[in-house]
Design a protein around this ligand. Sequence first.
Ligand SMILES: [Fe+2]
Ligand SMILES: [Fe+2]
Length: 262
Amino acid sequence: MRILFVGEIVGKLGRLTVGRVLPNLRQSAKIAVVLGNAENLAHGKGVTTTTLAEVQSYGVDALTSGNHVFWRKEVNEVFEENDPPIIRPANYPEDIPGKGFKILDLGKDGKVLLVNLLGRTFFNEPVFCPFRTVDKILEDFAGEKFAAIVIDFHAEATSEQVAMGWYLDGRVTAVVGTHRHVPTADCWVMPQGTAFVTDIGMVGARHSVLGVEPQIIIDKLKDPRPQKFEWVEEGPAVFNSVLIGVKDGKAKSIERVDKVLE
Ligand SMILES: [Fe+2]
Ligand SMILES: [Fe+2]
């Protein structure tokens, strides 16, 4: 079975790029399930019902998120749905809307457990220990058989993500990282059969700083006065993803699938 995990889909250009790349890729690579990160889906900030429906229509089956998931209030309506397509970090307090994991039923291919976690290093977010949180989730589902268990660890520090890879090696199918919007070149299958990558990257504007108009970020770095973010919505786009080959719950392969659309 093959799982595609798409990096953070940033704004309208990111969504349109998913629409241009995914349907063909899904078919040609015989992908069983497509996952993606949605924290920047709606004009670069948070998610809405329409932007979620749009990427689902292109073939994204379920979405994780991160520290920007609550930037738009509309996400609360999404989280009130029965079994919404999107999850939020599992180590947020329990009274926060949404769930930190989701089970996808792929029929004859079995069930996939998707988990979202948020890092703590260099983050100022009210979260519990991601290591203990994932232990608890895996313990709660110890009696269930999954075709794959996939963790999106949304974190700032690469060391925290690499450490999580080692912590979960052999216990889950894949640990993939998000948040920085910059892909890393360290895809590999760890000794006990867990696929790992520190950062998948993003889908969005190439002529940008992580999706934002470059001059705004240059000014922000040179000038202490506040800047209004403008997201780049046209021009060349990048599509960053990883393709994971799975057999009997273990990862057999992981490779980057990156494209540039001029
Ligand atoms: Fe992001
Ligand atoms: Fe983030």
